[in-house]
Write a new protein. Sequence first.
Length: 293
Amino acid sequence: MARQLRDQDVTCSIAQAAAVVGDWWSLLIVREVARGHRRFEDLLSELGISRKILTERLKHLVDNGVLERRPYQTSPIRHDYVLSEVGSALTPVLISMQDWADRWLVGDGTLTGVSTPDSPPAQRVHSLVGTPIPHPLTLPASGGGELEVVDPSLPTVLFAYPATGMPTPLPPGWNEVPGAVGCTLENRLFKNVAPRFAAEGIAIHGVSTQRQDEQAAFAEMEGIPFPLLSDADLRLAAALRLPTFRPGQTLRLKRLILVMDPTRVIRHVIFPVVDIPAAVTEAHQAARRLTNA
């Protein structure tokens, strides 16, 4: 399965990377492990792959340091497959590939921060209903340190947004990209309803690909009372295959809302978000149903 590099490819890092993860199944295995499918039988079921090929590809990825095997039982011994530091560094590459395909293969090439309701990215997001957020999954938070994406004791409304403009300037042409504008408004609308959410036992988390320090400065300036999470390393995007777009040189999350119960299961999805006030109201209603269940 390992490829013998030609002499002219030995110094080519693209060829080196392709020798390790250029195989179809290897990339999809990394995708699934990032999504939280870490056991052999789970990977077998998710991928529809033969046992022989899966065994070979897992060995190849472990031998090359992309995956690590960690025992979860001893009699008989069974292993989880988890991303190593090397493997985790691949997740932004996978999201870049997904973003390229969303725009150029299943889209019409337009740079946009929204998707049509019947598009493959929309279908992918709505298929998340009933699935759990991988555990653990912590992200840097505006208040400092790292925070779990889902509150362990309350229903959580997680709203993803592209980026806020101050204090960090946005890329040139930002206002011309459909769906890019409105992030500050969205944060302010959730800020306005935050006391009501808190009184009803509902957590609010915001997430974007901006750096932790940028989010902290924005949260302080705007008086945001809930945590803003930084997915700058695209860990959440890879775990859920969230849709992105690339204005300038940075991938940004498209605007969407997930409503999750305390067991980390996604119960409601809003995507695309085209009417922000209506989406905030819909998220509140969906979360209230969970508190009353």
